[in-house]
Structures are given as C-alpha cells and as structure tokens.
Design a protein around this ligand. Sequence first.
Ligand code: COA
Length: 257
Amino acid sequence: MTFKNILLSKKDRLAQITIHRPKKLNALNKDTIVELSSAFEALEEDTNTKVIILTGSGEKAFVAGADISEFANFSEEEGSRLARAGQKMLFDFIENLSTPVIAAINGFALGGGLELAMSCHFRIASDNAKMGLPEVSLGVIPGYGGTQRLPQLVGKGKAMEMIMTAAMISADEAKDYGLVNYVTKQEELLALAEKIASKILRNSSVAIHAAIRAINSGFEEGINGFDVEIDAFGKCFGTEDFKEGTSAFLDKRKPNF
Ligand code: COA
C-alpha cells in the first residue's frame, strides 16, 4: 500500500501512523481521510499489530483541522454527506478498533484534528500543543463527533465553553480538563507514547479488545454497558489468553500472550 499524505511505520508489534501534510499543518483533506482509514483498516487486520500511535508530521501541528479549502463552497447536502462519511469511515472506526490507538498530539489539534485525537482511545500531548474546536468561528459546528466526544471527555460545561468561544487551550489546561493524560516535552513525546504502548503490549490483546468494547458501550444510546461487561467478562473465561494469564500467575512466571 502506498500513501501520499501519511507515513506508516512498524516496530515489532507497535505501529505508528504520521499524518504528513506539513505545508498545510496536516489538515485533513478527503484523500488524507481515505488514506488514514485504509491504514487503520490494514493495521486492524494485521494480527501482529497490537498498539497504534497516531501523530502529526513536523513540530507545529498534529492536525490543524479539516481542510477548509475543500468545503468552503459546499451545500447543506454536501456538508452533511461530508460529516456522515467521515464519521463512519474514520472517526467512529478508530474509536471502535480492537487495537488500542494512542494520539500523540505534537502541536495544533484544532477542529477535525482534535476530533481525530478524541476518537483515539486516549491522548498525550507535547507542551507546545494547542487544542480547540474553532468551528463556530467559521460559521459551522464540529461535524466529526466533536459535540459528542468533547463533553464525554471534559464535561458538558467545559465543552460548551470551548465550542462557543472557539478558543484554544494549552496542553496543561487540556491535562487539567482530562482531555489528555500526560504532557511532556516535544522531543520526548513519541518516547512517552512508546513507553505507554510497551505496558499495553505486556497484556492480553483479546482482553483489551473486550475492555474497549465494554467501555465504549457505556456511551451508546440504548445499550446497557454493565450488561455488555458481564457478557464480555464471561467470554474471557473461554479464551486461551485467560488460561495463559491465570496459569502464569499461579506458576509465578510472566504470561506469554
Ligand atoms: N485547512 C486548510 N488549510 C489549512 C488549515 C485548514 N484547517 N490550517 C492551516 N492551513 C494551511 C494554511 O492555509 C497555510 O497554507 P498556505 O501556506 O498555502 O497559505 C498553511 O496551512 C500554514 O498555516 P498558517 O495559517 O500560515 O500558519 P499559522 O502558524 O499562521 O497559523 C493556525 C496556524 C493553526 C492558527 C492557522 O493555520 C489556523 O487558524 N488554521 C485553521 C484552524 C481551524 O479553523 N481549523 C478548524 C477547521 S474546521
């Protein structure tokens, strides 16, 4: 598979996707969204990939938003098609991947860029990062899940303020809000992402998949997350990983998942 707007690299069971349109601050045009979707799909199918890090190229931006030049002349119908297709193809797809995805926010994460980071399973940021949903300053609202995921992560009041003011927050503020888990120096960001990934890699990927599903189900309309958890918990008992994990503990050795 060859890509124009993203870079894909693999180190053992850890994959890294880098959004690579540095001259446009990695803004998400249609081609980039399609490439990202294909890359995530391929990594999900690759049984050897157990964690994915998503970051942006260069030192300035993770992603400075959806590509404004592409939708400036859109009609209502085209606008809703853009949001629907993007959500399905990329944002909802990432959130529901069985492979954990860590967003390493290395600079501006604005609009669709912050929405992309929020669709990842969790986020870390460099201390120069700036985050915001500036859509209302363009006369539009977040369309890639931002009005739903931001309140889930930071609470309704802070989400309302961030969206209404269109203001950017600093990496430290984002950490206070619970939007990112850690803040570090830019040159140490990927090393931190890899360190966290290495902790995840020690664990059962089958159980991690079940945990992602159970956690996400709590945010789905009409679904009882506790019931999903009970079902998924029970199913774990039928897996090889459960046998390996429990016998390794009893044998006082490290599990080999
Ligand atoms: N869509 C399309 N192009 C974008 C973009 C976006 N979301 N964000 C940045 N770019 C482009 C700029 O047009 C510029 O291209 P050019 O050199 O061909 O003119 C290039 O990226 C560099 O951006 P520039 O604005 O010159 O950098 P800056 O350091 O002065 O400002 C930002 C950085 C992030 C503050 C500014 O680019 C910005 O406000 N971007 C839009 C953010 C936004 O509203 N995103 C939400 C979209 S829904």
